[in-house]
Write a protein that binds this ligand. Structure first.
Ligand SMILES: [Zn+2]
Length: 238
């Protein structure tokens, strides 16, 4: 039976197990990729991302007038402005991914997230992936991580309104926004990269330099660091 190609996994591939079409990965790692954008690299925590986004935000503020930056900000503005309205979870459940991505952008706009913040997050995520020697440096991981970081900004949003019961008015609160599916995250990330991708070429180098100066080296550049697969393999042996 063919085994999953992720080091240390050993489960049968989805195809071999009859649970899917994947020829090289098991069902667990197929689902892992859907959620994170990589078969093995987990989603960055907000705390890991923060120094990069902070530095990126300063860089964006200081370079608003640069033609490439101004263009990206205008496109991102358009993306948020043209997203329609933020609908309630029940209404969007059955809509296709492109529609749901639009709703997600509308929701960011309604949460007060502006183009500059979106660009800073895009650049911050890109810089972290570049800086982290243990990261998965592929487009899919990058766009999913950008979408997830944005998603976190608005996911705490709730809607409340008054509801007249007939015997008095009571406030009703509801969690309006569901978790995004893997497909929606990809559609969102792709749209942002289309707007912001050109900025990376001029921004990543100064952002990485500023990050190092202000917060020091990423852990993966320190002595004794080992990649995730190596740490996980050790755990299995111990
Ligand atoms: Zn596996």
């Amino acid at each position: 039976m063919k085994a999953c190609t992720i080091p240390g996994c050993g489960r049968p591939t989805a195809k071999a197990a009859g649970t899917g079409f994947a020829e090289h990965h098991c069902r667990y790692h197929v689902q892992f990729k859907a959620r994170h954008g990589s078969h093995w690299c987990p989603t960055y925590r907000a705390a890991e991302l923060k120094p990069y986004v902070t530095v990126a935000r300063d860089w964006v503020r200081n370079h608003r007038q640069h033609p490439t930056v101004a263009m990206a900000l205008a496109w991102l503005d358009g993306l948020l402005a043209n997203a329609g309205r933020a609908e309630m979870a029940q209404n969007i459940k059955r809509k296709p991914a492109a529609e749901r991505a639009k709703v997600a952008f509308a929701r960011l706009r309604e949460a007060g997230i502006e183009a500059e913040r979106v660009l800073a997050i895009y650049l911050g995520v890109s810089a972290l992936i570049e800086d982290d020697r243990g990261s998965h440096r592929v487009r899919e991981f990058r766009i999913v991580q950008v979408a997830k970081a944005l998603h976190r900004l608005a996911s705490g949003t709730h809607k409340s309104w008054e509801f007249d019961t007939g015997r008095g008015v009571v406030p009703v609160r509801m969690d309006v926004y569901p978790k995004s599916s893997g497909l929606v995250l990809r559609v969102m990330g792709e749209a942002i990269e289309e707007c912001a991708g050109n900025v990376s070429g001029i921004a990543l180098e100064p952002i990485l330099a500023a990050k190092q100066e202000r917060y020091g080296l990423h852990a993966s550049h320190l002595p004794g660091w080992e990649p995730l697969w190596k740490r996980q393999t050790k755990g299995l042996e111990a």
